[in-house]
Design a protein around this ligand. Sequence first.
Ligand SMILES: *Cc1c(COP(=O)(O)O)cnc(C)c1O
Length: 431
Amino acid sequence: MICDNISVNEKGHLTFNGYDTVELAEKYGTPLYLMDEDKILQHVREYAAAMKKHMPEGSKPEFAGKAFCCRQIYRLLKDEGIDIDVVSSGEIYTASSAGFPMERAYFHGNNKTDRDIEFAMESKVGCFVVDGLDELEAVNRIAGEKGVTQNIILRVTPGIDPHTHKKISTGSVDSKFGTAIETGQAMEITKKALACENIKLLGFHCHVGSQIFESDPFVTAGEIMIKFIFDVKTETGFEAGLLNLGGGLGVRYTENDPEICYEEKIAEVASSVKSLCKDFGIKEPKIMMEPGRSIVADAGMTLYSVGTVKEITGYKNYVSIDGGMTDNPRYALYESPYTVILASRANDNKDFTASVVGRCCESGDIIQENVALAKPKRGEILAVLTTGAYNYSMASNYNRVNRPPVVMLNSEKDYLAVKRESLEDLCSLDI
Ligand SMILES: *Cc1c(COP(=O)(O)O)cnc(C)c1O
């Protein structure tokens, strides 16, 4: 199987972290998001240990909460000692109301409103990742009004295209995120930040993209960033103590994606940064990385019930499920590949090929095309693997479909982390 938390039991049912998925579907209903708590913690610890081992003291991962955001994940991460990224007042509220210590939060986003900035300061968010000049001025002004000194890092664009999907590539000069090094604007904003009364600049941030399997984009980003840190030191005397290299390490959605060893990648990036700092004669900054999907993607699985099975003789077949783009919009957005398995009969011959589609009134409501599986019957359980990242967090109520619950699985128990939305919930804001 594509991940070691997936198997098939003696009944031919797909299992996830040891649990029979057909039984979970009966217990909680479908559609259903499953999250393997043990797998989440395994990844978190792997990142934290590798960064501790290979990078300067204080280096650590931050979980990019946009990948999977609910109170329970912050409760789990709180005790792990890692930091988090937040990108909206909503994410700040979710984390802080779960008891996460907000001094360990980094506030991202290319357009933080004044209200967001105020709320983040009131919530005592530890560090802002300032995206541009307008924001720098707003943060300085609002910090002044509140009588606080706000720690920040500056997001700069190193000018790298990591050759992944256009919509998830963010490091190029013309990106909507950050301030470009190439144009001189990054140096300019650095000087302004150093002159701001109510701001303390800690260092710099870059994020080149997502679903990256090689180390090169990170190594290249590191080279550009260290050179920039050197230039800043030369021009201003400021020596950055923190370098955040962003998130984006890839995960296996299908057997075609390579297996990657995160520690190996981290070690490569670390050794490159180390030797560059030596060459430039600067102090090695603390390194941060911001994994999102590589912490939670393969910790997730979605279960659906099969509905209509439609064969169009001479053309194609459709298997309709009781969810779709409302709980997983990633095929509709990026044609993302996924592995689909008939959980009820996981060992049966895969002699039927179909498009697996959702229930929304959109032809683009597709989970995956050309799926090979045993011909499913109405009521059987279908599993889509590796849905832990950007599924629940991107879910919508389009067609007034209620969002599925999230059930966590650990070695002791299965438990609800998020309830199923009810029909009343759907109308709860309607006047
Ligand atoms: C999306 C994002 C991440 C996480 O990316 P993954 O591909 O999920 O690891 C990290 N940092 C920033 C700034 C992001 O926008």
